[in-house]
Every structure is written in structure tokens, then in C-alpha cells.
Design a binder for this molecule. Structure first.
Ligand code: SF4
Length: 365
């Protein structure tokens, strides 16, 4: 798509045409020679300066992607319409908090801080700890509420026995269709593991609801923002990327714009170098690849993260181990179970080939 075409779809260029283009041109003339980055500025300029939006929130996390969207917003927000908001989950790195202060100082802005509706330690105690993924935690939590015994049976038989948790039973019985994220089969051998070792602690995804989703919704909606800007990139993949484009018209009374949705790692690197973006110590000193709730058990690499926390933020290390102890232990057992089953399977295959006579192997007499 050409720049002219993009300008065409940029509704906002409805106001003072000459001034806008002059300033946008200034940004573009200094911008790295990268089409994705240039397009992101054109689109961001158009959306942020659109008269359709009176009050805009930019949700920042202190992470690397959020550093870039903050910089883009600062360059494009000619009318000072953007408020920067941060949701404190209660399990934040000190390095993240320090970085927010650095950003406030660098851009001369005030970051509005919102506390979790229920801090993570409290929701974990009340509802349960997260395990494997949010989808998995949700369905396990529902089954636990109905006293499910982690048994293997047909859906019809189980539904008769547990009539009030149809969707969770469909997850357990892999009835959401081939390859669906909503089947237990999405996680290798999880069903076999849970049958052999049922969980003896409460599992839930509610910490995410109370520390992130509900608090963000309440703040954005409650404060009357009509646009929320997020630092989400498609290239990140994963379950959190459930949208197909950089812009969504919201059902909750506000729209959502993702300025760096199309950035790949290469664009991030170019942007950071060109504009001298400094990230938090979580990246530069601790060597983490991403930030967020410290020690979240849903992270694939939570063991490495735990070791990093132990070295750099020892008090936080004690806290996360208290909050997520059972989930860490259960996840370790699950991983060990998968490793053992896979190596048994492997040995089994080796045995077959080791002990087969050549004639038998190829079926010849
Ligand atoms: S990211 Fe992890 S620890 Fe943080 S709220 Fe969500 S599930 Fe809980």
C-alpha cells in the first residue's frame, strides 16, 4: 500500500490539512527507511489526531514494545490527548517501576498508575493459581468446582455425571475440533498426566481477570477514554494475539489501536537504534526476553526467570515462590512426566528396531 493510499484511509486528516501534513512530513523525513515503520507513523498520526477521539489512553507496561509505542505516541500526539496508564499487578519488578520513573522524566509525562482490583497473591489464594495456560486454568478450575474426578470416559457419560460443566468436559474430551486451542490435547500428554496425578490445589485464571483485564476495562471505560493504544505485535504470536489487524472497533465503548502490530523483531531493532530507545534493566541487566508479572507460572521458561529473579530481586523471589509454589511444583511434575513418557516411547522404538531381524523388519522371508 502506498503512502498516498494510507493517507486516504487516515480519516483523521480531516482537520487542518496543511499543518498536519507538514508535521507528519517532518516525522517521516527523519524516520528510518523502513516501510513498516513509516506506515506505522502515518497510521498512528491519523488515528491519534482524529477528531473522532477526544480522550485517548496508551497502556504501557514498562516492557520493550511499550517503550516503542510510547515514543510513537509522543511524536504523533499533537493535541496532548493521550494519557499514559499503567496497571500494577502487584507482582512487578523493581526494575519496571524504576523504568516508569525514567520514562516520566525522559518524556516529561505523568504515568497514571492503577492498582489491581485484587492483587495477585489474594486472587491466587481465593480462586487458585494459574497452570499451563489461561484456557487450561479456566477449564480445570471449572471442573474442580464440580468435584470432577479426572476420569476417562465418554463425553455423554461424563455429562450425565457432571451436567453443569459441559464446555469444560468438551475440553477434557477433546471435542472442540482438530488442532483447537480449546482441547486438552493441545498440551502434550496433559490428560494422561492429570489422570495419573490429579491436582491437589485450586487452579484458576482469575488473577489475570482481577489484576489485568477487569482493572484495565474499568479504568479505560470508567474514565471515558474512547481509544486505547496497546503495544501488541502480531509477530509475538501466542494466545494473546487473537486479533487480525492493528485496529479494532470496540464493543466496550472504546476502540483499540496497536501501532506496532506489524513490526517484526527487525523493525523493533531498527526503531530502537534510530531513536535511541533505552529499555528497562529487566532486559539490559537481567537478560530477560520479556517482562510482565514476575514469575508467572504460565511462562514457558519460568525456571530461567525464577533464577533471574533470585539473582537480581531476592525479595521478589521469596514472594513469587510463596504465591505460585503449588503451580511451579505441579508444572515441574507435568514436564517430568512428559520427558519420561517420551523417553520410554523412544526406547520402545529403539527396542523394536534393535531386536528385529532384517528379514522381519522388511517383511521378507
Ligand atoms: S500474567 Fe500470569 S501471574 Fe500475571 S495475572 Fe496473568 S496468569 Fe496471573
Amino acid at each position: 500500500m502506498t503512502r498516498e493510499e494510507l493517507l486516504q484511509i487516515s480519516k483523521p486528516i480531516l482537520f487542518n490539512d496543511v499543518m498536519v501534513r507538514a508535521s507528519l512530513d517532518e516525522i517521516l523525513s527523519d524516520c528510518p527507511k523502513d516501510e513498516v515503520i513509516a506506515n506505522s507513523f502515518i497510521k498512528a498520526w491519523a488515528v491519534i489526531n482524529s477528531p473522532a477521539y477526544k480522550k485517548i489512553a496508551c497502556s504501557i507496561s514498562g516492557g520493550a514494545d511499550s517503550d516503542i509505542i510510547l515514543d510513537i505516541c509522543q511524536k504523533c500526539d499533537t493535541g496532548g490527548k493521550i494519557d499514559y496508564v499503567w496497571f500494577d499487578t502487584g507482582l512487578e519488578y523493581q526494575a519496571t517501576k524504576d523504568h516508569l520513573e525514567y520514562l516520566e522524566d525522559k518524556y516529561q509525562i505523568k504515568v497514571r498508575k492503577y492498582k489491581a482490583l485484587k492483587p495477585i497473591p489474594i486472587s491466587c489464594r481465593e480462586y487458585g493459581e494459574p497452570f499451563v495456560s489461561k484456557v487450561t486454568s479456566e477449564y480445570i478450575g471449572r471442573l474442580q468446582k464440580h468435584g470432577f474426578q479426572w476420569e476417562d470416559d465418554t463425553f455423554d457419560n461424563l455429562f450425565e455425571k457432571y451436567p453443569n460443566c459441559k464446555t469444560a468436559l468438551k475440553w477434557w474430551c477433546n471435542l472442540f475440533g482438530d488442532g483447537s486451542n480449546f482441547n486438552i490435547g493441545r498440551n502434550k500428554l496433559l490428560k494422561e498426566f492429570m489422570k495419573s496425578e490429579p491436582p491437589n490445589f485450586k487452579i484458576s485464571k482469575e488473577c489475570c481477570e482481577y489484576a489485568k483485564k477487569k482493572v484495565a476495562n474499568a479504568a479505560i471505560k470508567g474514565e471515558g477514554y474512547d481509544l486505547n493504544i496497546l503495544g501488541i505485535r502480531r509477530a509475538e504470536g501466542g494466545q494473546r494475539i487473537s486479533v487480525a489487524s492493528c485496529f479494532s472497533e470496540g464493543n466496550d465503548g472504546y476502540d483499540v489501536f496497536r501501532p506496532i502490530f506489524w513490526y517484526k523483531n527487525e523493525q523493533k531493532r531498527i526503531y530502537e537504534e534510530h531513536y535511541g530507545i533505552t529499555h528497562s534493566r529487566c532486559y539490559t541487566e537481567y537478560g530477560l526476553k520479556r517482562t510482565g508479572c514476575a514469575g508467572c507460572p504460565l511462562g514457558n521458561d519460568f525456571e530461567h526467570e525464577l533464577e533471574t529473579i533470585r539473582q537480581h530481586e531476592p525479595k521478589l523471589f521469596v514472594a513469587v515462590n510463596n504465591i505460585f509454589r503449588e503451580s511451579y511444583e505441579y508444572t515441574r511434575k507435568y514436564r517430568e512426566f512428559v520427558r519420561t513418557m517420551e523417553s520410554d516411547e523412544c526406547e520402545g522404538q529403539m527396542n523394536i528396531f534393535d531386536y528385529l531381524e532384517p528379514e522381519e523388519e522388511n517383511g521378507e522371508e
